[in-house]
Design a protein around this ligand. Structure first.
Ligand code: GLA
Length: 372
């Protein structure tokens, strides 16, 4: 059977929001979610473009005798509909989580065999976004399984953004454009700059390396997802957190904050709400940036923008400060081109003659907007 295209018209730019998992894991309840919605507004994240408030795993406990999914009656005593209404009353959108297999990654009920019933329930609750995981899938085929939920969401009568989470295990970039609005391209992010865990968790730079080369698969309505942000969760210092956010913006990544929004330090809020960086991420052209130069630990990443400009990240993965330079030829410009250069973290403007260089701290990224 031919795949039907995903025609929900959503996520023309990478989705922005907050998800409970990175900080709170299974400790989710309605108070936490309401608080996250409140904080998204009061902290200025909403004004900066963040929109979806997403409950990850552990909100569900079973199915009733008709097969309807049952939320945890203690933790979500008011019910999911009331919670969604509350999130909507703040001018935000509401997201939820399930799994294409028989159980979620925390062994709560999955949607296998209940796809249409669940989708109809989500629509009745007012769900705007579904993250759909891949635990307990046995011998299921990924494209077929995710396509069933795509069709169920399409029939639900409500536009619901569809976030695929099969960790890049079956190369979703090759097939998911017609299935979901975004797909995880890697294993789970862990709150550290570098390193990989036995269970598959990856540091920021390991994820970055895996995203390089996938540029051509991303575009308006369908994005590679390098996983949710760890900015503000404590495992990255401020320089590293800024670099993490910078590179996710260069990648046109979905920007899902993963920290406690209600107790953010100002420096963390300043990272998450940097307007110039967010404009790079949300640029209408929808191009994912790529690595254009690598000399050992020193890298140059470039993202083409709709105004003909480039967003360029000078990334230092080494242990000491380093001068890193970008040549115009590295980013597809003739050497003779006159261009203005603006540093998107300091706000300083200057110009470059064929190239530009800056001192970049260890584990830092300088991000430039270069406009002819
Ligand atoms: C998987 C996903 C994570 C998170 C957990 C929840 O590991 O990749 O993002 O949703 O499951 O159990």
């Amino acid at each position: 059977m031919p795949a039907f295209a995903l025609e929900n018209g959503l996520a023309k730019t990478p989705p922005m929001g907050w998800n409970s998992w990175n900080k709170f894991g299974c400790n989710v309840d309605e108070k936490l979610i309401r608080g996250a919605a409140d904080a998204m507004v009061s902290s200025g994240l909403k004004d900066a473009g963040y929109q979806y408030v997403v409950i990850d795993d552990c909100w569900q406990v079973g199915r009733d005798k008709e097969g309807n999914i049952v939320p945890d009656p203690q933790k979500f005593a008011g019910g999911i509909k009331a919670l969604a209404d509350y999130v909507h009353s703040k001018g935000l959108k509401f997201g939820i989580y399930s799994d294409a297999g028989t159980g979620t990654c925390q062994n709560r009920p999955g949607s296998r065999g209940y796809e249409f019933q669940d989708a109809r329930q989500y629509a009745a609750w007012g769900v705007d976004y579904l993250k759909y995981d891949w635990c307990n899938h046995s011998t299921q085929n990924s494209e077929a399984s995710y396509s069933i939920m795509r069709d169920a969401l399409a029939k639900s009568g409500r536009p619901i953004a569809f976030s695929l989470c099969e960790w890049g295990s079956t190369k979703p970039w090759l097939w998911a454009k017609d299935v979901g609005n975004l797909w995880r391209a890697t294993g789970d992010i862990v709150d550290k700059w570098s390193g990989s865990e036995k269970w598959g968790g990856l540091g920021v730079v390991e994820i970055l390396d895996q995203l390089n080369g996938l540029e051509s698969y991303a575009g308006p309505g369908h994005w590679n997802d390098p996983d949710m942000l760890e900015v503000g969760n404590g495992g990255l210092n401020e320089i590293e957190a800024r670099a993490h956010f910078s590179l996710w913006c260069i990648l046109a990544a979905p920007l899902m904050a993963g920290n406690d929004l209600s107790s953010m330090k100002p420096e963390i809020r300043n990272i998450l709400t940097n307007k110039d960086l967010i404009a790079v991420d949300q640029d209408a052209l929808g191009m994912q940036g790529r690595r254009v130069k690598k000399t050992g630990d020193f890298e140059v990443w470039s993202k083409q923008l709709s105004d003909g400009g480039r967003a360029v990240a000078l990334l230092n993965r080494g242990k000491a400060e380093q001068q890193i330079s970008v040549g115009w030829v590295d980013i597809g410009y003739p050497e003779s081109l006159k261009a203005s250069v603006r540093d998107l973290w300091t706000g300083k403007s200057s110009s470059g003659n064929g190239n530009y260089s800056a001192a970049v701290p260890s584990h830092g990224a300088v991000v430039l907007r270069i406009n002819p």
